[in-house]
Write a protein that binds this ligand. Sequence first.
Ligand SMILES: [Fe+2]
Length: 460
Amino acid sequence: MQDDCFGLAMTAASPEAAQHYDEVLRAYLGFRNDTGIHLKQALAADEGLFMGHCIKGYFFKLFAMPALEIKALESAGRAREFAKVVSARECEHLLALEAWCAGDMIECTARWEGILVDCPRDILALRLAHFCHFYSGNNVAMRDSVARAMPAWQAGEPGAGYVQGMYAFGLEECGEYDAALKMGEGAVKQNPGDIWAVHAVAHVHEMAGRSAEGIAWLKDTEDGWRGCNNFTNHVWWHRALYHFELAQYEEVLRLYDENFRTEPSEDYLDISNAVAMLWRLENAGIAVAGRWDELADKAEKRTAEHLLVFADLHFAIALAAAGRGTKLDRMIDSMRLTISTRRTTQEQVLAEVGATMAQAVRAQYQGDFELALRLMLPLRYHVRAIGGSNAQRDIFSQMLIEAALKSGKHALARALLHERVALKPGSVRSWNLLAEALDGEGRASDAAEARRHAEQLLAA
Ligand SMILES: [Fe+2]
């Protein structure tokens, strides 16, 4: 047995193998580009490195791509070959990986949470539970999971900042913005390279409608996170969201082309960032030229995956927006077939929310806004089951408002927009849409007042 860098006993053939594994952990926590290199070194130093095979399987699962599902299963198989000699904690990691490979996100998350009760310093279990709570839309579990582990970490010790960064994000997603801001800023102070903590603070500014502060925050911290892996694309997307709120559409497009969609990446998060921004721009009347096509090219190949409903719905939007209705129909057919057997956690989410939302997307782009509204309205408080952050799922709230406005349900649109400006009074776009809804209701002076408010926000 060797100790890992956070003091947990791990099975390794040599201190060298354990040290390489430590570097894998640190690289993973820091969203670094060299994670795979260190994993290769760890497994070269000890081909029977049990946690090395487990973490390799986890990494394959994180991509949510069919070709890598097989590889994740192979890694679990390799780990199982060495399972007889490992600790109970390590064995639980294999059981969690196997459950995840079987598509059971509830079981794998329960395994990680079980590990954390006895070993709150198992930061790998903590980060993976964080991920799966996130993609289950379970914000409270995401927050509380980290709160339970926090007392096992001394402020300032290596790793503690990452735990604080995760806690900051959980707090933010639960609407505890002041606490999230303090926690996130503290984490970044300890470790300027902690992109997840930077991102947690970016979310606070986003939700509070503090666009100028958000831009300043990302500019000020950029040296720390710019060299991270493709998660940087998501952070650039956040930066673009602020500019979008400020109606600085040219800057949004510049960031799109030069920062977060520079490569035609296959990664679902990269694609989701791009889709969510192009949708916003078009919804605001901004032409996006041929940008949908390369996204739809990627989405076309992924109509039958259903590994992550969050990704599926963004693929569906790309297909609809690029005018590829036949492909979207095929995707919806595949969703129907999948939910008839629904074996995995995500397939269950597809049955409860995803397939209907995809049909709403199709209706929206076919101009049948009444149908889109009928499909989306009953699901508005259930969409969170697809996971992602509040900011990411906001696209579906905006689609609902668009459907209400375009189907002539101005009173409903006004009601939804009142809800929206109450939560985020600094959103220029929301006040302008509210004015549109009020105009539709024939309330010209109220509409003028809402427009004035938008102009004042822009001028501030
Ligand atoms: Fe985010």
